[in-house]
Design a protein. Structure first.
Length: 202
């Protein structure tokens, strides 16, 4: 698989559009044929000068529609969780985050673990999730601050496995980054800061 990432022209207001193209013709897919044509995705990344501050958007209700889809009727509770994780980001990194991400927990209604043998699983997302406030940085380092745990730091310029990280979150982050690099994604000096809070039991 080849990944080509290139910026487009800078736009007024701080938005930096981008496009990336993935050549998936040599990727093996479960039960299907490879894509015949490259897949192209376009979007934009906003820098801090061009993005509305998250707390102001939360207070104005700009995110209520999305929060309602994710969490149901308890909008006050959802906003409180978002504020808590944005404030955790500010304490950890000394600046406001640029965006929020939700990674929902899931329940498997049938077929649990049969996907390991190319089987079928019927699963559904639930309203318990890991919520992250994040911002891009240009340090070449990923920093994750999970609630109640020490900060994790992974240097993206050092992608070889480290014995002391075995079975740790740092090993997972380093492994994903290493795979991205092998697939042709140029990490350069890209980095990420994130503060995470979880409502998933366990």
């Amino acid at each position: 698989m080849r990944l080509d990432l290139k910026p487009l022209a800078q736009q007024p207001g701080g938005a930096l559009p981008f496009a990336f193209q993935m050549d998936l013709s040599e990727v093996e897919w479960y039960g299907g044929k490879p894509f015949a044509q490259p897949v192209r995705v376009e979007g934009q990344v906003r820098n801090r000068a061009g993005a509305l501050e998250l707390k102001a958007r939360l207070d104005r209700g700009d995110l209520d529609k999305t929060l309602g889809l994710l969490y149901g009727e308890d909008l006050a509770g959802a906003r409180a969780r978002c504020r808590k994780v944005t404030e955790a980001f500010e304490r950890a990194f000394g600046k406001a985050p640029e965006t929020l991400f939700s990674a929902p927990g899931r329940t498997e209604i049938g077929g649990n673990h049969t996907d390991h043998q190319h089987g079928r699983v019927l699963a559904a997302g639930v309203n318990l999730d890991i919520l992250a406030a994040a911002a891009v940085n240009h340090t070449g380092v990923v920093r994750f601050q999970s609630e109640g745990y020490p900060m994790i730091k992974v240097d993206l310029r050092e992608l070889e496995p480290k014995e002391e990280e075995k079975n740790s979150s740092a090993a997972l982050i380093r492994g994903v980054a290493a795979r991205m690099a092998r697939l042709g994604c140029s990490l350069g000096d890209w980095g990420l800061g994130a503060a995470l809070g979880s409502s998933v039991p366990g």
